[in-house]
Design a protein around this ligand. Structure first.
Ligand SMILES: Cc1ncc(COP(=O)(O)O)c(C=O)c1O
Length: 365
C-alpha cells in the first residue's frame, strides 16, 4: 500500500533513499565498503549526541532493548540502581534489572506528569547509587523529561548517569558532554530514521573504565566484547565479535549523512515546528494531549480519544492511509493513541494526519 504513511512511534516515517541504501549485495563485514559505512555511522552518532572527546560509540545487532540490557556491563552484584520512570519504557529498566542481582529503586510518575524534582532529590539523598537512569522522551505518553533538573538532583548520588534516548536521538537536543551524561542508549529506527535492527550505546570512557570484573552482563550483550570491534571500525579497519546488521548499518550511514546535510539545528527546528503544528491541530479538534504542556516532546504525542476505543479509532484512521500507534500505558488502555512525528516527517504528513483524525472523529460521532 504505497499511499499509506507511517506516523507510528517506531519505526517512524520512512525515507525511500534511506530504505534503498540497505540493498547491498555480496558485502561482508570485513569489506572496505562496510568498514567505511560503520566508521561514518559511529562518528555520526557521536556528533548528534553532543559527545565531545572521551566517549565511545557502539552499534550492536538488536534494538533499543538490547542496548538497554547491555548496560548490565556496568553493574556488579549488590549495586543500587535508581530508575526515574515516566511510563512504560521507564518501567522497562526495572523489568530488565529485576532479572539481575542488583537492588532497583524506582520512582514512577502519574501518566503524562513529570516526576517531582523534590521526590527525586529525596530518593537521591537516601543512598548512593551505582547508576541513575532516566528516559529522555517517554514514548508511552510523549513526555520529554527535564534532563538538566533531574541530573542536577542525582549527580552527587550516582556514579553513572544514564539517559534512554531511543525516542529522542536525532529529533531532540541531546548534549552528553554538556549535561554530564555518562551513557545513553538509543536505536536505529526512531528519530535517526534508519531501518530497525540496531541498538546504539554511547558511553564515556570514564564509565567504561569503571566496569568491574567484566560486569554482570552475559556474553552477547557484554560491551567489553564489543568495544575492541568498535575501536577497529572507528580506526578505519574492521573487527568481529558477532555478525553486524550490515544492511541496517548502511541505512544508518545514509540517514546520518542526510542529517549532516540538513544540519542538526535545522533538523531540531523542523521537529519543533511540526510538533507545534500537530499539537495545535489536535487541540483545535478539542482533543486532549496526554503529556502536561511544559513537557511535551517534539517526537511523540499521546492523544486522548474521549470515550472512543483507541484501537478502533486507529483502525479507522488507517482507512485514510495514516498508521498511528495505540496507547502503551497499561493504566490508560483503550483511552489514547500515539503519533510519532520524528525522523523524516514533513509538513504534509502532519496535515494528512490531522485530516485522518478529523475524518475519523466525524465518522464516529
Ligand atoms: C524510550 C524507549 N526506550 C526503549 C525502547 C525499546 O526499544 P526497541 O523497541 O527498539 O527495543 C523504546 C521503544 O519504543 C522506547 O521508545
Amino acid at each position: 500500500m504505497a499511499d499509506r504513511i507511517l506516523m507510528h512511534v517506531g519505526p517512524s516515517r520512512g525515507n525511500i533513499e534511506v530504505a534503498e541504501s540497505a540493498a547491498v549485495h555480496d558485502q561482508g563485514f570485513s569489506s572496505s565498503e562496510f568498514s567505511e559505512k560503520m566508521r561514518l555511522t559511529l562518528k555520526g552518532i557521536l556528533e548528534i549526541s553532543g559527545a565531545a572527546s572521551g566517549y565511545s560509540p557502539f552499534v550492536i545487532p538488536g534494538s533499543g532493548t538490547a542496548a538497554m540490557e547491555s548496560l548490565t556491563t556496568f553493574l556488579s552484584p549488590g549495586d543500587n540502581v535508581l530508575v526515574l520512570s515516566h511510563g512504560t519504557f521507564g518501567d522497562r529498566w526495572k523489568g530488565i534489572f529485576s532479572r539481575y542481582p542488583v537492588n532497583v529503586r524506582s520512582l514512577r510518575s502519574a501518566p503524562g506528569k513529570h516526576l517531582k524534582i523534590e521526590d527525586i532529590r529525596k530518593a537521591a539523598s537516601d543512598q548512593h547509587y551505582r547508576m541513575a537512569i532516566m528516559t529522555h522522551v517517554e514514548t508511552s505518553t510523549g513526555l520529554r523529561a527535564d534532563l538538566e533538573a533531574i541530573i542536577d538532583s542525582v549527580r552527587q548520588s550516582a556514579d553513572i548517569i544514564v539517559v534512554d534516548s531511543v525516542a529522542s536521538l536525532g529529533g531532540e537536543r541531546l548534549e552528553l558532554s554538556k549535561l554530564g551524561i555518562d551513557v545513553t542508549v538509543s536505536a536505529s529506527q526512531k528519530a535517526i530514521g534508519a531501518a530497525p535492527g540496531a541498538g546504539i550505546i554511547v558511553a564515556s570512557n570514564d564509565a567504561i573504565e569503571k566496569i568491574r570484573d567484566g560486569g554482570l552482563s552475559g556474553y552477547f550483550l557484554n560491551l567489553s566484547n564489543w568495544r575492541p570491534v568498535m575501536e577497529k571500525f572507528l580506526d578505519g579497519s574492521w573487527g568481529y565479535f558477532a555478525t553486524p546488521p550490515i544492511g541496517v548499518v548502511y541505512t544508518m550511514a545514509r540517514a546520518l549523512e542526510m542529517i549532516r546535510r540538513e544540519g542538526m539545528e535545522s533538523r531540531l527546528k523542523r521537529h519543533s515546528r511540526l510538533a507545534s503544528l500537530l499539537r495545535d491541530g489536535i487541540e483545535d479538534m478539542c482533543l486532549s494531549i496526554v503529556a502536561e504542556p511544559q513537557y511535551r516532546s517534539n517526537t511523540v504525542t499521546g492523544v486522548y480519544v474521549n470515550g472512543i476505543d483507541s484501537s478502533e479509532f486507529i483502525r479507522k484512521c488507517l482507512k485514510s492511509g495514516v498508521e498511528f500507534a495505540d496507547g502503551a500505558l497499561p493504566e490508560l488502555k483503550g483511552k489514547y493513541f500515539r503519533i510519532g512525528h520524528m525522523g523524516w516527517v514533513q509538513e504534509q504528513d502532519i496535515i494528512r494526519s490531522l485530516d485522518a483524525i478529523r475524518k475519523t472523529l466525524s465518522e464516529i460521532k
